[in-house]
Design a protein around this ligand. Structure first.
Ligand code: FPP
Length: 258
C-alpha cells in the first residue's frame, strides 16, 4: 500500500458538484472474477487472486481520494471453505501477506481496519493478525476499511440472534424489547452505517450471502469487469451509476444519490 501512503491525493472529480449529489458514505464490494480473469489468460487461479490484491490496493486508495468514509470488502466467505484445499491455502496466505505488507501503510494513511465475520473457528495466528490490524488502527479517523473475512450474512444474523437470546435467557432483556434497531446493534459492526452502494464485479448479479441485513436500501451496481481489472475509473463509474438512481427508502419523495 506504499503508493497510497506516499502519493499526493488526486482531485476528487465528484467534489463541488452543483447538482447536490454527495459521494456515497459507504461503498461495499463483492470482489468477484479473479478465477475468470486468470483463466482468460491461461494463468493459475492464484495469479487472479494476487492481481485481486493489487486491485484491492487501488480500491482503498481511490476510496480515500474520493472521500468515501467506509469501504467494505468481501474477502473470504463462509462458503469459500468448500474450495479446493490448495486454493484456500493460497487465499489465506494472501491475507497473511496483505496484513504483513500493507498494515503499516494503511495505518500511516489513517485507515481504520475493522473485521467482520466468524473468528472463533479461525486459526489462532489469523485471529491474532486480524486483531492486531484492528488494534493498531483503532484510533484512526480516515477511511474505515471493513474486511469481511470468513463472513456470511446468514451466519452474522444467526450470531446477532444468539447474542440477543443469551441476554433474554439471562433476564437482561425482554423479548418484546427486540426491535429492528436493537437487532442491528447486535450485528458484527453496529457502528458502521449501511452501505449506500454495493458493487459486484464479474457481471454476476446476486448478493451471495453478503450484508443481507445492511443491504435493505443499498443501490446495487453490477460491473461487467473482473475484479483484477478494478481501478479508480471503475469506482467512479459505479458511483456515477449510483447517482443516476433515485433513493426513496420506501417513501414517496425521490432523493437522488442522497
Ligand atoms: C472471487 O473470485 C474472489 C474471492 C473468492 C476472494 C477475493 C480475494 C482477493 C481479492 C484476494 C485476497 C485478499 C485478501 C485481503 C484476503 P473468484 O475466485 O470467485 O473468481 P471466479 O468466480 O472467476 O472463479
Amino acid at each position: 500500500m506504499s503508493d497510497a501512503a506516499t502519493s499526493s491525493e488526486a482531485a476528487n472529480p465528484l467534489e463541488g458538484r452543483s447538482d447536490g449529489f454527495a459521494t456515497p458514505r459507504h461503498v461495499a464490494i463483492i470482489m468477484d472474477g479473479n478465477g475468470r480473469w486468470a483463466a482468460a489468460r491461461g494463468l493459475p487461479r492464484v495469479e487472479g487472486h494476487r492481481r485481486g490484491v493489487e486491485a484491492l490496493r487501488r480500491a482503498v486508495r481511490a476510496s480515500r481520494e474520493l472521500g468515501i468514509s467506509y469501504l467494505t470488502i468481501f474477502s473470504f466467505s463462509s462458503e469459500n471453505w468448500s474450495r479446493p484445499a490448495s486454493e484456500i491455502k493460497d487465499l489465506l496466505s494472501l491475507l497473511r501477506r496483505f496484513i504483513r505488507n500493507d498494515l503499516a501503510d494503511l495505518h500511516k494513511s489513517n485507515v481504520r481496519v475493522r473485521i467482520v465475520g466468524e473468528r472463533e473457528t479461525l486459526d489462532p495466528d489469523i485471529r491474532r493478525m486480524l486483531q492486531e490490524a484492528e488494534d493498531l488502527t483503532h484510533d484512526n479517523d480516515g477511511l474505515t476499511l471493513v474486511v469481511a473475512f470468513n463472513y456470511g450474512a446468514r451466519q452474522e444474523l444467526a450470531r446477532a440472534a444468539r447474542r440477543l437470546a443469551i441476554e433474554v435467557a439471562q433476564g437482561r432483556l425482554a423479548a418484546e424489547a427486540i426491535t429492528p434497531d436493537l437487532f442491528r446493534r447486535h450485528l458484527d459492526a453496529p457502528e458502521v452505517p449501511d452501505p449506500d452502494v454495493i458493487i459486484r464485479t464479474s457481471g454476476e448479479q446476486r448478493l451471495s450471502n453478503f450484508l443481507l441485513w445492511q443491504a435493505a436500501y443499498s443501490e446495487l451496481v453490477f460491473l461487467p469487469i473482473n475484479w483484477p481489472d478494478f481501478d479508480r475509473a471503475a469506482l467512479e463509474a459505479a458511483i456515477a451509476e449510483y447517482h443516476r438512481r433515485e433513493r426513496r427508502f420506501g417513501g414517496l419523495i425521490a432523493q437522488a444519490g442522497s
